[in-house]
Design a protein around this ligand. Structure first.
Ligand code: ARG
Length: 597
C-alpha cells in the first residue's frame, strides 16, 4: 500500500474519533512537505474545520497528536498555520526502499494486451533535404513520448509519414538533372540525403536568379515567381510524376533511395525507430479520392479554374485548397489519405501528431476536415505542438543552405564530449572503443537532455557549450552521477560487500536519506504525470532533482567507509536504486547512461 493511502485511512479514523464525523476520503489532501519545513507529507486541515469547530492550528495539533499516538508510520509532527507537517518513521522508509529494490522496473507499467492503442507520429521528413535541428527536437520528443506512453501501460505504435512526392521533391530532381552531371552518393562520397539536399539548394539559387531576371524586365514578383522557367519545369515534372511517367518515376525512386539510406543512418545514430512508416506516394491518391467524395456530397466546392476547396468560414477559419486546378494534390490531401490508411491498419484509440507549432493551423483544419468527412476520431486527434529550436547565432534558414544539419550537430556534440572528457582525464586507461562509446553516449546525452528538459511548447535555444557542462542541469551531470554510483557498486563488489535482496530493518536514517527514498517513491507518479500531460520535461527535471539530492548525500555521508554495517548496506542499496531510477528515467527520454565516465 502507498504511504499516502495508509495515512489517509488513519486520518479518517482520527477525524471520526476526535470529532465524531465521517468525512469522505477525498477531503484528505496529503502533499509533499515544502523544502523549508520539517516533515515528509503535509496534511491540509481546512476541510476538517467544520467537524472540529476549532481553529486550524488547534485542529492540526489534535490530528497530529492522534496520528503520533495511533499511527506507527508517524514519528513526529509540527504545525505551521493550518498545515500539519508529518514526519514518517525511518522504518517506513527502509520498507519503502525494499519495495523499490525488489522491482527492477519500479514505476514502469507493463503494457496490457487490451490497453488502448496510441499511435504516435513523429519525424515525418520530406525527401528533398536532410534532417535538421528542428527534426532533432521532433524526433527526441516523439520517441520520449512513445516511451512514456508505453510506461503508462498503453500499446504504442510509432509511425512516420515520409513526404516523398510533391513539388519540392521535383525541385531537387530537376536540379540534379540539370546541374548534377550524374553525381551519386558513391561517386561523391556524400551521404545520400545531403547530396539530394544540395540540389534542392541549387534549385533555389537558380530559381531566384531567374525570378530576379524577370523582375528586371518589369514583371511583378508574383508573376515572375510563377513564370520562371525552372518553376514551370518543376510543375511539369510533378504532373509527369502523377501520370506515372516511367523516366520521372525511375529518377524519383533512385534519388529517394539515396535519401532513405541517409535518413536511416541519422535515425540509428539518434537512437530513434518506427514500427510503421507511411509514404505520401502511397496515401495521396486515397486522399484525392476522399476529397472528390466530399465534393460529391457537397462538403467541398470547385472553383471555375477546377481547383477544389473547403469553405471553413462557418468554423471561423477561411477557404482551404484541397486539390489544385491542374488536379494535383496538396499537403492537406495526403494527410486525409494517410489518416484513412492508418485507421484501416490499426485499431487506434488515440492519434498523436508530433509536429511543430508552425503547423497549428494545418492540424486545426485537418481535424475539422476529417470530422466533416465522417471520421469519428477526427475531432479528437492530438496535435503535440512544439516550439522552434535555434542555435545561439539565430534562426535557421533551410533554403539558403545555412540550416543546422542533424548529422553535423550530433558529430560535433560527440567530438566536444571527447575533448571535454579527455581534458578532464576521464578517458585515461580506457580502450579506444570504450572511449568512443562514452563520447557518443555523453555527446548525444548532452544534446538530448538539453532539448528535452525544456517544456516542448516553448521556443528554445540549443546551446551546445552549456549542454555539455559536467555540472548543472545537464545530461552529462546526470550521466556522471550514474557512473559514480556504478563505480561505488563495483568497488563494493571488489571488497566483497553485496547489496542484499532485503535491507535489514532497525537503522535510523538522516533527513537526507529519507528524502532520497521519498524521491524514489515519487517516480511512478512522475511517470504518470509525464504521460497524462504529454510532457517529457517533467521526467528530465525529476532526474536532475534526484541526482542533485544524491550528490549532496554523497558529499555529506560516507558509504563504503561507514562503520555501522546495517547503515552501510542501506546506503549501498539506496545508491543502487538511485542509479536504477536514473537509468529508467533517462531511458524513457531515450538517453543512455555510461557505466564509467
Ligand atoms: N513533412 C512535413 C514537413 O516537413 C511534416 C509532416 C507532419 N505530419 C503530418 N501528418 N502532416 O513540413
Amino acid at each position: 500500500m502507498k504511504i499516502e493511502d495508509k495515512l489517509t485511512e488513519s486520518v479518517l479514523k482520527g477525524v471520526k474519533e476526535l470529532y465524531g464525523a465521517d468525512v469522505p476520503a477525498r477531503t484528505v489532501q496529503l502533499q509533499k512537505t515544502k523544502k523549508e519545513f520539517e516533515g515528509h507529507l503535509t496534511l491540509v486541515v481546512f476541510p476538517f474545520l467544520k467537524a472540529s469547530k476549532k481553529a486550524p492550528e488547534q485542529t492540526a495539533a489534535e490530528i497530529g497528536a492522534y496520528l503520533q499516538r495511533n499511527e506507527p508510520a508517524i514519528a513526529a509532527y509540527n504545525v505551521i498555520k493550518g498545515f500539519l507537517n508529518l514526519t514518517i518513521a525511518s522504518a517506513v522508509w527502509v520498507d519503502m526502499l525494499n519495495r523499490i529494490h525488489a522491482d527492477s522496473a519500479w514505476g514502469i507499467r507493463k503494457p496490457e494486451a487490451q490497453a488502448p492503442l496510441v499511435m504516435i507520429e513523429y519525424s515525418s521528413p520530406n525527401t528533398n533535404k536532410p534532417l535538421h535541428l528542428g527534426h532533432v527536437r521532433n524526433n527526441l520528443l516523439g520517441c520520449a513520448l512513445a516511451n512514456i506512453m508505453e510506461a503508462n501501460g498503453y500499446r504504442v505504435v510509432k509511425t512516420n509519414i515520409v513526404n516523398d512526392r510533391g513539388i519540392h521533391i521535383c525541385k531537387s530532381m530537376l536540379a540534379w538533372l540539370k546541374y548534377g552531371g550524374g553525381e551519386t552518393p558513391e561517386s561523391s562520397g556524400k551521404k545520400g540525403d545531403h547530396l539530394v539536399g544540395d540540389y534542392y539548394v541549387a534549385f533555389d539559387k537558380h530559381y531566384k536568379a531567374e525570378v530576379a531576371g524577370l523582375m528586371e524586365k518589369g514583371m511583378s514578383k508574383e508573376e515572375a515567381e510563377a513564370q520562371a522557367p525552372l518553376m514551370q519545369e518543376a510543375r511539369g515534372m510533378l504532373r509527369k510524376w502523377e501520370a506515372g511517367d516511367p523516366e520521372v518515376r525511375a529518377l524519383w525512386s533512385r534519388m529517394n533511395g539515396w535519401v532513405y539510406a541517409g535518413f536511416d543512418e541519422t535515425y540509428r545514430m539518434m537512437g530513434v525507430s518506427f514500427d510503421k512508416v507511411y509514404y505520401e506516394s502511397d496515401t495521396y491518391l486515397e486522399g484525392k479520392k476522399k476529397v472528390l467524395e466530399g465534393l460529391e456530397k457537397g462538403l467541398f466546392y470547385r472553383k471555375d479554374d477546377g481547383s477544389v476547396w473547403a469553405d471553413l468560414t462557418a468554423e471561423g477559419l477561411d477557404q482551404k485548397l484541397l486539390l489544385r486546378a491542374d488536379g494535383t494534390s496538396v499537403y492537406m490531401t495526403q494527410d486525409i489519405g494517410t489518416a484513412e490508411q492508418r485507421f484501416a491498419d490499426y485499431p487506434i484509440d488515440k492519434m498523436i501528431y508530433v509536429v511543430g507549432n508552425e503547423q497549428n493551423y494545418h492540424f486545426q483544419v485537418l481535424s475539422i476536415l476529417l470530422d466533416k468527412l465522417g471520421f469519428e476520431w477526427g475531432k479528437d486527434l492530438v496535435h503535440f505542438s512544439y516550439g522552434m529550436v535555434e542555435l545561439p547565432e539565430g534562426k535557421m534558414k533551410s533554403r539558403e543552405g545555412t540550416v543546422v544539419d542533424a548529422d553535423d550537430l550530433m558529430e560535433a556534440m560527440i567530438d566536444t564530449a571527447k575533448e571535454t572528457s579527455s581534458e578532464l582525464g576521464k578517458l585515461d586507461g580506457l580502450t579506444q572503443a570504450e572511449a568512443d562509446d562514452i563520447a557518443r553516449i555523453v555527446g548525444l546525452g548532452a544534446l538530448k537532455y538539453f532539448i528535452l528538459k525544456v517544456d516542448a511548447r516553448k521556443n528554445m535555444t540549443f546551446n551546445p557549450k552549456e549542454s555539455i557542462d559536467f555540472n548543472g542541469n545537464t545530461g552529462p551531470f546526470i550521466q556522471y552521477t550514474y557512473a559514480r554510483i556504478r563505480s561505488i557498486l563495483r568497488k563494493a563488489g571488489e571488497s566483497g560487500i553485496v547489496v542484499p535482496e532485503v535491507v535489514p530493518a532497525g537503522v535510523e536514517l538522516s533527513t537526507k536519506e529519507e528524502g532520497l527514498v521519498q524521491l524514489l517513491a515519487d517516480f511512478p507518479e512522475v511517470v504518470r504525470q509525464a504521460g497524462t500531460d504529454y510532457n517529457p520535461s517533467i521526467l528530465a527535471n525529476y532526474a536532475y532533482d534526484l541526482v542533485k539530492e544524491y550528490n549532496q548525500f554523497y558529499h555529506d555521508f560516507s558509504i563504503l567507509r561507514e562503520e555501522n554495517e546495517a547503515l552501510k548496506v542501506f546506503r549501498l542499496a539506496l545508491s543502487c536504486n538511485v542509479g536504477k531510477i536514473v537509468k529508467l528515467a533517462m531511458g524513457l527520454l531515450g538517453i543512455e547512461v555510461p557505466e564509467r565516465m
